[in-house]
Design a protein around this ligand. Structure first.
Ligand code: BTN
Length: 260
């Protein structure tokens, strides 16, 4: 574990906001989501947050890896006492919180691509991996977030897809504290419809032609709306409607604008 000053800085900022999280910072770890799972299974105190300078086995959705080189991004996982019964709500709320925190700390206005990728212009700069862990009879949620701050993708196969905010990684402790506060406030927001409204307003998918694959079948249509439950309503080319509820669907905007 790193004894870096970030841990203290973040703890202090959270305490000032009345949030009692255990905070763990690492120089290098396989994956903060994996560490959160190990910690929960070993009976650690929850809520807790795990932040790494570098991940050797960062994980993304759909079995993908998440490129996490040293000190170029914020790699953070929150372990929360929330059941995963509404996974879509959790991930849409987390996306709203990431957008809010980035806007607040950098002035950069990200757009959300359903369900939980964040884009700057045509490049993905942040992703969210929501998982759960069963400890005895109790299920906890792990929300893992990666934000590329000044990651260089030129030598990687992600060079045409991924991007960075283009800001100094020195912002990490301030951004991490803001993000934890924002996640906490959106998840416990009294009126979840307010969060969904914010999600809709930040969407870069609505009104756009989309292509997605479900059960090995490909569909095209127009993204019409995001329901109050965070599901995506697509008007298919044949005239039928389809409601997408799973983040395991790979969705592309069908004009080459956004890839994932
Ligand atoms: C995605 O874009 O598919 C989700 C990426 C999630 C990456 C973050 S980085 C912190 C946490 N630890 C991981 O191994 N993954 C998440």
């Amino acid at each position: 574990m790193s004894d870096n000053q970030y841990e203290k800085q973040i703890k202090k900022a959270l305490r000032r906001s009345g949030l009692d999280f255990n905070v763990f910072c690492y120089d290098l770890i396989d994956s903060t989501n994996t560490e959160a799972r190990r910690y929960a299974l070993s009976g650690g105190k929850i809520p807790a947050v795990f932040i790494a300078e570098e991940q050797s086995a960062g994980r993304g959705r759909m079995g993908r890896s998440f490129y996490s080189p040293l000190r170029t991004g914020l790699y953070i996982s929150l372990l929360l006492d929330i059941p995963d019964s509404d996974a879509v709500r959790l991930t849409t709320s987390a996306a709203v919180a990431v957008r809010k925190a980035v806007l607040q700390k950098t002035g950069i206005d990200l757009k959300i691509k359903w369900v939980n990728d964040l884009y700057l212009a045509s490049r993905k700069v942040s992703g969210i991996l929501a998982e759960s862990v069963l400890v005895g009879e109790h299920r906890f949620t792990i929300l893992g977030i990666g934000i590329n701050l000044d990651t260089d993708f030129r030598q990687t196969e992600l060079r045409d897809i991924a991007g960075s905010l283009g800001i100094s990684p020195k912002i990490r402790p301030a951004l991490a504290s803001e993000l934890i506060k924002d996640i906490h406030s959106v998840l416990y927001e009294e009126d979840p419809l307010r969060v969904i409204d914010e999600y809709r307003q930040s969407s870069c998918v609505l009104g756009k032609p989309v292509i997605f694959t479900e059960n090995e079948r490909s569909y095209t249509g127009i993204a019409r709306d995001i329901t109050d439950h965070g599901h995506l309503l697509v008007l298919l080319d044949g005239g039928n409607e389809k409601i997408l509820s799973s983040g395991e669907i790979s969705l592309r905007i069908n004009n080459g604008e956004l890839k994932s």
